[in-house]
Ligand binder design. Structure first.
Ligand code: PGA
Length: 249
């Protein structure tokens, strides 16, 4: 049994009562999992889900601010997340990079803030479709990783999520996305592992994300170098999410 990491990125979905109902229903469905299951709900739902004390669920946040405190209206610090019992935090998700304009340098600062506050960062990297078509995938990933990890010492705990931007679903079922082939995923994960190793980061788990669902996750989980999944759309449905978790045992 491998022990995968399965992280749900709920994005801007689920009210507190919807999140509570989801977790209540999910609990009996995943009792036997040996995977690490991480839920990243809205900030508002974090204390509520923490309060439910579900042993099999770890709680993650979707974002944090790079500064510890100050005049940053609307932002949440790493210290606040740690204090609320958060264990993981997404850093550099492509929606943060492309919709909210986070640069590689901002991502690096957020990563450092997460580590400083004893949160395990899930560093998201991935190329856009035009970068892929231009043959720039490897250089983009190398640069994203290089900048983000420039100050991170070997032995630090973090996860990487490889999410090709062109494969991330829009939430609109009428706009299905492309997904990479198993061979493409395998090649990229191998490339990322090598890069990490050469920079002193050994045994880092790499998740695949981008339209991962109950139909493709078993096939993808068999790829060497795939240590789990970061799941958006398919994590919003409890049966689908539970079926993914249980199919990866
Ligand atoms: P998706 O999203 O599974 O809906 O494609 C993944 C993500 O954005 O993390």
């Amino acid at each position: 049994m491998k022990g995968f990491f399965i992280a749900a990125n709920w994005k801007m979905n689920k009210t507190n009562s919807e999140a509570t109902d989801f977790v209540k229903a999910l609990k009996p469905l995943i009792e036997n999992t040996t995977s690490t299951v991480i839920l990243c709900p809205s900030f508002l739902a974090i204390p509520i889900l923490k309060g439910m004390s579900i042993k099999k669920l770890k709680i993650g946040a979707q974002n944090l601010h790079e500064k510890p405190r100050g005049t940053f209206t609307g932002e949440i610090s790493g210290e606040m997340l740690f204090d609320a019992g958060v264990q993981y935090v997404l850093v550099g998700h492509s929606e943060r990079r492309h919709i909210f304009g986070e640069s590689d340098q901002t991502v690096a600062k957020k990563l450092a803030a997460a580590i400083e506050n004893k949160l395990v960062p899930i560093l998201c990297i991935g190329e856009t479709y035009s970068q892929k078509v231009a043959g720039e995938t490897e250089s983009v990933l190398k640069n994203q990783l290089g900048v983000a990890l420039s100050e991170v010492v070997g032995g630090t705990e973090f996860l990487v999520a490889y999410e090709p931007v062109w494969a991330i679903s829009s939430g609109d079922p009428n706009q299905p996305k492309l997904t990479p082939t198993a061979t493409e995923i395998g090649d990229i994960h191998k490339f990322i592992k090598e890069l990490l190793k050469n920079n002193g980061h050994k045994n880092i788990n790499i998740l695949y994300g981008g339209s991962a669902n109950d139909k493709n996750c078993v096939e993808f989980s068999k790829i060497d170098g795939v240590d789990g999944f970061l799941i958006g759309g398919a994590s919003l449905d409890k049966e689908r999410f539970a079926s993914m978790i249980n199919s990866l045992e």
